[in-house]
Design a protein around this ligand. Structure first.
Ligand SMILES: [Zn+2]
Length: 172
């Protein structure tokens, strides 16, 4: 089944109907319309429910769309994937049993670099001399995103890959 992660699970995103930005990544066993409805009636208070309430008080609702072509990737994978693509997600980092607080993550990363410096295995990134990505998009500040590993990500390429995953088109 397209869009599924574990058997019976559908990976999905919630989009803001005002600008079609992707704001949330989730997975569910129930139908997407039921999942959307449960999101809209979630009484808890967090970044996601505040965003949804901001929409519903104006008579709007998020758009729910399956992520197609997934190949067993976890929800966490997609959360970082969309964040790396520059999406402003209302997900709390990770979620589920692997939930890690951002602060802990940063501290762990700093500790890992310190340990590498101490034993001499820390290496700086090689100098980046190319002026464009492999598809010819210029590495301007605007077009460049650094992922968690400090690698350069081309926002234009990412956006194009992201578009290709959805079979919907924004209305003109
Ligand atoms: Zn590119």
């Amino acid at each position: 089944m397209p869009g599924s992660n574990l058997p019976g699970m559908t990976m999905y995103v919630l989009l803001d109907p005002r600008d079609y930005s992707i704001r949330y990544v989730g997975e569910t066993r129930i139908s997407l319309s039921n999942r959307l409805s449960s999101h809209m009636h979630d009484p808890r208070d967090n970044a996601r429910t505040r965003w949804i309430r901001e929409l519903t008080v104006r008579g709007n609702r998020p758009i729910i769309q399956p992520i197609h072509g997934t190949d067993g990737e976890t929800e966490e994978y997609w959360i970082s994937w969309f964040r790396d693509a520059g999406c402003d997600l209302v997900n709390t980092l990770g979620g589920g049993p692997h939930h890690v607080q951002p602060r802990e993550l940063v501290e762990r990363r700093v500790a890992a670099i310190a340990a590498k410096r101490a034993d001499g295995t820390f290496k700086r990134r090689p100098r980046e001399t190319k002026s464009a990505c492999r598809n010819g998009h210029e590495w301007t500040e605007e077009n460049t995103y650094r992922n968690g590993k400090g690698q350069r990500i081309c926002r234009t390429c990412n956006r194009e890959r992201q578009r290709a995953r959805f079979d919907w088109k924004p209305k003109p």
